[in-house]
Design a protein around this ligand. Structure first.
Ligand code: C2E
Ligand code: CA
Ligand code: CA
Length: 675
């Protein structure tokens, strides 16, 4: 150790040693950065980075060595043999390149250590080839111990340095790898130089003015150029990476069609504005914007025209934005906007600006459209304090605007919009009701008026809500129809009622209500067939009830479906007759098996001659078409008697029997009729 230190201090030009160290440090820094890049890229790019690493490392090490050699003052004249000097440079570059390439190859888990050790060996090979090029006027002897130690140190430290460089992901990790590398190079060089013993030949001749300083500076200059090239490529790549990261970031946060921010950026922005507004005097308005006639454009002019419209509107909107305002596209033709304000006048003014550009006609190639929008507004902190509630309130207000014929912009109003929200809550509860067994069927008896005999039962759906209790069908059936849930419910009703009826002791009829939605969106004939098959119920015992509106909505399709169902042997009843269209055309269009006269006619039948006249007319109509009439909603004995006098065929109502969970009431009929 002492010999090494005295070698450095005593036989070297300290300034040049300093310069060598500088080159060494810079070289190691660049080498490790490039090495890291090589390890984290793949394919051809990795070869490129490996090459650069080899060149930078080899050049830096060689230059360090060369400058340090020039710093060495053996006390005798010195020359360098050009060929061997160049060979030593090649050894450094090639050895470092191959070593590092292996280190980053991932071939085995020991690759970094093996590759790094190979680099260490290359450094040693470079050093001693360089020494062969070093010609001195004197007798040269080598101390073998120092020589071997120097080679071992180089291999061990370079191996350790490369291993820790490829593992490091903290600053300290990188620094310790760099330190190990510097130690590898420095220990090799100076231990190697200690191994060198020179005895001057013809008496020591001090070399007066040797050119080594100029030479060292030139070599250092070259080293720095190479290192600089390494740094530049690293930085250029960094910039390219940053650019593509930015591009990805932009893609992730923006809608590709319009270039507007997307839902994610909108969410971030809104959260940010809400945070800022908290405790300040600022308010934040959230706007839900839904285009009005966009679907028309899409359907009539094609998607390309639709895209064009979206782009134009998006462009116009983003051009009108001022400080504290943003617009995002969050769905097909849905946009949201945020406006931070103190004076409400500025919010109104923002809405006017938006409305103006949305309603302004848009010219696309050969046509012109004027798109409108419905806008719902909710304001922080008045309408809600958090993002989700603000959005959902703005949404409710937007739906009110959509439904209104006169208003395009609606501000959230708790009283109005809460009703809508309650409906939505109910809809989501209903979704679970099927799974949670909250649904059941009640059965209401239908009897023949002339004989008093029970003809059958109508199945009526019941929902027992865990919190609200019994929810009436008039409330939840429309929701089920709007949400499409009626398909699932309808199927459940059909199968459950058929299965129940199949178990009855008497072969009575079971009447089941159908929704118009079931005619549009399900394969009803198949469903009915399956329900019959599964339950084993005789088709003749099943009666399906539908209202006139079902037929009017989609006449051809409905009639075709009814025909198929009828062919199964199932009968069809026209429900609620007299309330809607009551058209003779409907009665003529299909051979119904029963007409159910709506209960509204029963209410004043006892006092109103008009009601009685209508009932009489319907009964006559039924007679002439040979379709039996069932009167619904019979609540009193008097109503029952009037219908009996008029010759009505069948009856249903509280007077005869209320809907109940089972059909046990059938025995009571006789008493009621004779009462
Ligand atoms: P609807 O088909 O006209 O059913 C008869 C309704 O009148 C039942 O109401 C029944 O409880 C009620 N009702 C029976 N007798 C009387 C009476 O004497 N006086 C009065 N005031 N009402 C009487 P509910 O069960 O509340 O059902 C209401 C409507 O909900 C049904 O009218 C039907 O349109 C629909 N609905 C019920 N169950 C189902 C179903 O399973 N599927 C479908 N699609 N709709 C159903
Ligand atoms: Ca019915
Ligand atoms: Ca009815």
């Amino acid at each position: 150790m002492y010999s090494v230190l005295s070698c450095i201090v005593g036989q070297h030009n300290v300034w040049l040693v300093g310069l060598a160290s500088l080159v060494c440090l810079a070289g190691v820094g660049v080498t490790l950065s490039l090495l890291h890049r090589a390890a984290t890229t793949g394919g051809l790019q990795r070869y490129g980075w490996n090459f650069l690493t080899g060149v930078a490392a080899g050049a830096a090490i060689w230059c360090t060595h060369f400058i340090a050699m020039l710093a060495y003052n053996p006390g005798v004249p010195v020359t360098f043999m050009p060929v061997l000097t160049v060979v030593s440079l090649l050894v450094a570059v090639t050895g470092a390149g191959l070593g590092f390439a292996f280190a980053t190859s991932g071939l085995t888990s020991a690759a970094p250590v093996i590759g790094g050790s190979a680099v260490g060996l290359a450094v040693a090979a470079m050093h001693y080839t360089g020494m062969l090029a070093y010609r001195i006027d004197g007798i040269v002897a080598w101390d073998e111990t120092y020589l071997l130690t120097s080679i071992a140190l180089s291999i061990i430290f370079a191996g350790a340095a490369t291993r820790s460089a490829l593992r490091a992901d903290t600053m300290t990790g990188h620094l310790s790898a760099a330190a190990l590398f510097v130690v590898a190079i420095v220990s090799l060089h100076f231990t190697g130089m200690t191994a060198l013993q020179i005895t001057p030949l013809n008496g020591a001749v001090e070399v007066a003015d040797d050119p080594s300083t100029a030479m060292a500076l030139a070599v250092a200059g070259m080293a720095l150029v190479i290192i600089g090239a390494g740094i530049s490529s690293y930085l250029i790549d960094d910039r390219a990476r940053y650019d593509s990261y930015q591009r990805l970031q932009h893609m992730a946060l923006h809608d590709p069609l319009t270039g507007l921010p997307n839902r994610t950026s909108f969410t971030n922005y809104l959260e940010f504005e809400l945070d800022r507004a908290e405790g300040a005097k600022r308010k934040v308005a959230v706007l839900e914007i839904d285009l009005d006639r966009f679907k028309e454009v899409n359907d009539l002019r094609g998607h390309q025209a639709g895209d064009e419209v979206l782009k134009v509107i998006a462009d116009r909107m983003s051009n009108l934005l001022r400080e504290g305002e943003m617009v995002a596209r969050v769905g097909g033709d849905e946009f949201t906007a945020v406006k931070t304000f103190i004076d409400p006048v500025t919010l109104v003014e923002f809405l006017e600006r938006l409305q103006k550009v949305i309603f302004e006609p848009i010219e696309i190639s050969d046509f012109e459209v004027s798109i409108g929008a419905s806008i719902g507004v909710a304001i922080y902190p008045d309408d809600a304090r958090d993002r989700e509630n603000l959005l959902s309130n703005a949404d409710l207000a937007m739906y009110r605007a959509k439904a209104s014929a006169t208003e395009d912009i609606c501000f959230y109003e708790s009283s109005m919009d809460e009703r809508v929200r309650a409906r939505r809550v109910l809809a989501s509860d209903l979704r679970d009701a099927v799974k949670k067994n909250e649904l059941s069927l009640h059965y209401q008896v239908q009897t023949s008026i002339s004989t008093g005999e029970v003809i059958g039962y109508e199945a009526l759906l019941r929902w027992h809500h865990p919190v609200r209790g019994a929810v009436p069908p008039v409330e939840f059936i429309p929701i089920a129809e709007e949400t499409g849930l009626i398909l699932e419910l309808g199927e459940w009703v059909l199968k459950t009622a058929c299965a129940a009826a199949a178990k009855w002791s008497q072969p009575l009829k079971i009447a089941i209500n159908l929704s118009p939605v079931q005619f549009i969106h399900s394969d009803l004939p198949k469903l009915v067939e399956d329900a019959l098959k599964e339950s084993g119920l005789d088709a003749k015992r099943l009666e399906l009830e539908l209202t006139e509106s079902t037929i009017v909505e989609n006449k051809e399709r409905t009639l075709a479906i009814l025909q198929k169902i009828k062919e199964l042997g199932v009968s069809i009843a026209l429900d609620d007759f007299g309330t809607g269209y009551s058209s003779l055309e409907t009665l003529r269009s299909f051979p119904f098996d029963k007409i159910k006269l709506d209960r509204c006619f029963m209410q004043d039948i006892e006092v109103s001659p008009q009601s009685k006249a209508i009932i009489r007319a319907v009964l006559a109509l039924g007679k002439s078409l040979s379709i039996p009439i069932l009167a619904e909603g019979i609540e009193t004995n008097c109503q029952f008697m009037i219908l009996k006098d008029e010759g009505c065929d069948a009856a249903q109502g509280y007077y005869i029997g209320r809907p109940g969970p089972s059909i046990s009431i059938e025995t009571e009929q006789e008493d009621l009729l004779t009462a």
